[in-house]
Ligand binder design. Structure first.
Ligand code: BES
Ligand code: MN
Ligand code: ZN
Length: 502
């Protein structure tokens, strides 16, 4: 898919030629100065539309008006931001996602969005411009790779952000730069998650990572099965046994800090290219969703690409343990004991709890980099979906300051996290009669016992675990989220990296 181009410029709304001119409106408020200028030129049409209550400015509400040559813009699209007191940064992202779809619908190739004069008190011009660019790019996302009937002749190719104030050009430009890199990362994650597992095998995932490393001049190391055997990654190897596809262990490095030996941020992403459950086979209903069980890995891959593109001044390492979880003849059996890289032994009572197994080896491997912060992201548990539904990412962590930074990044990114407890009391559920621990925690607190399992492999570095099973797949299309893989969690990670390097 060709990604929407975003530009910034200054100018007057009533003199701007555009296929579609997008004007935001706050419900119950008077027209903004920009909208009032357009309204005047159009002889009061906008006020008429508001008066008729056809359009009130409710969040994500749209109204399209033809201008009949009264101003250089062909159409005006009124776009609702909801009530002023409820306005959050994410409403800007959403309304642009909604608007871009309408622009596509009227077959326009470009549009101009007027930068809102009034922002919430805690929102900067950089953040607003970033959110608007993200909303437009993410809202225009389509995955048509496998459709022979797709390829529309025209599609929305460009968005211009129109600023009234010259002084806003620089911060808005910076916001757009961040928004484009961040949204393109989420697009990459959606694409990778959408590809079926017969295409996106562990080997293909490694090839994708190699291509990105080459494009962005990142260093990359890929461990093969025999390397994993030498190191003793018994958990990852155990999961991979049931598949004909060989596992991969990908390590990518970006050194952007002034001091090349500065402690890095290390990101670890669960990369199961397909999760059948293994011998503990999943029911067939919705099993096709499990092609997206590699979203965590895709997110850390896309994040390191974004960090490189934004030239963030930090050192960053992304680690992807990659395998396919299949019930082949050589597959792990319930009751098998594996020895992890850390030396700890695990009784595999359920082969469907494979994410925590591959992550245990990856988190142990991460220790060699002495991370300043270690963050793992994974479609880890169905229990996360049960507990949090579709709108919150499950967060666990050992470091208060790191948790606060991630929480704030989530608010800014519109990918909010909700903290869950990591209390040691729960560990009794993970005790095994034959090994150091077992890989399932029995009934109750499934998201927590999975996180607690991981915590045994992170040493004492500041660590965060993000369970994205809740948010990674959307049952329906939303303002800037498609139906299916959402790429959520990716922008949260990148926002965290941006905030950290400011
Ligand atoms: N990949 C799944 C978790 C998942 C479920 C992600 C639904 C997205 C949507 C994970 O590997 C899994 O199967 N977890 C099991 C763990 C259980 C066996 C302890 C689960 O949640 O059922
Ligand atoms: Mn599973
Ligand atoms: Zn899984």
């Amino acid at each position: 898919m060709k990604i929407l181009r975003v530009e910034t410029q200054t100018g007057r709304v009533d003199r701007e030629s555009a296929e579609v001119l997008v004007l935001t409106h706050l419900e119950g408020e008077a027209l903004s100065a920009e909208a009032a200028a357009v309204d005047k030129a159009l002889g009061g049409v906008l006020r008429e539309v508001l008066h008729s209550k056809e359009f009130e400015g409710k969040s994500n509400e749209l109204a399209l008006i033809h201008t009949h040559g009264k101003i250089p813009a062909t159409r005006v699209l009124l776009a609702g931001l909801g009530k002023k007191k409820d306005l959050r940064l994410d409403h800007l992202r959403q309304v642009m996602g909604q608007a871009v779809k309408r622009v596509r619908h009227v077959k326009a190739a470009s549009f101009t969005a007027v930068f809102p004069a009034l922002l919430p008190a805690d929102v900067t011009v950089v953040e607003a411009a970033q959110a608007m660019a993200e909303g437009a790019i993410l809202g225009s996302y389509q995955f048509t790779t496998y459709r022979s009937d797709a390829a529309p002749a025209t599609d929305v190719r460009a968005m211009r952000l129109l600023l009234a104030d010259k002084g806003d050009l620089k911060p808005a430009g910076e916001g757009v730069r961040r928004g484009v890199a961040t949204a393109e990362a989420a697009v990459l994650v959606r694409d990778l998650s959408n590809h079926p597992a017969n295409v996106l095998t562990p080997t293909m995932m490694a090839n994708e990572a190699k291509a990105i490393a080459k494009d962005e001049s990142l260093s990359i190391k890929i461990l093969e099965e025999r390397d994993m055997e030498k190191l003793g990654m018994g958990a990852l190897l155990g999961v991979a046994r049931g598949s004909h596809e060989p596992p991969k262990f990908i390590i990518m490095e970006y050194r952007g800090a002034k001091k090349k030996d500065e402690r890095p941020v290390v990101l670890v992403g669960k990369t199961i290219t397909f999760d059948t459950g293994g011998i503990s086979l999943k029911p067939s209903e919705n099993m096709e969703h499990m092609k997206a069980d590699m979203t965590g890995g895709a997110a850390v891959l896309a994040s390191i690409r974004a960090a490189a593109r934004l030239k963030l001044p930090l050192n960053l390492i992304s680690i992807l343990p990659v395998a396919e979880n299949m019930p082949g003849g050589r597959a792990m059996r319930p009751g098998d004991v594996v020895k992890t890289l850390s030396g700890k032994t695990v009784e595999v009572q359920n082969t469907d709890a494979e994410g925590r197994l591959i992550l245990s080896d990856a988190l142990a491997y991460a220790q060699r980099f002495k991370p300043a912060a270690l963050i793992d992201i994974a479609t880890l548990t169905g229990a996360c979906v049960v507990a949090l539904g579709q709108f919150a990412i499950g967060m666990f962590g050992t470091d208060t300051a790191l948790k606060d930074t991630v929480r704030k990044a989530g608010l800014r990114a519109g990918e909010r996290v909700w903290e869950m407890p990591l209390w040691d009391e729960y560990f009794e559920q993970l005790r095994s009669d034959v090994a150091d621990m077992r890989n399932i925690g029995g009934r109750g607190g499934g998201m927590i016992t999975a996180a607690l399992f991981l915590s045994k492999f992170v040493g004492d570095c500041p660590w965060i675990h993000l369970d994205i099973a809740s948010t990674d797949w959307s049952e329906r299309e939303r303002a800037y989220l498609p139906k299916g893989p959402t790429g959520m969690g990716t922008r949260l990670l990148i926002q965290y990296l941006i905030d950290r390097s400011l």
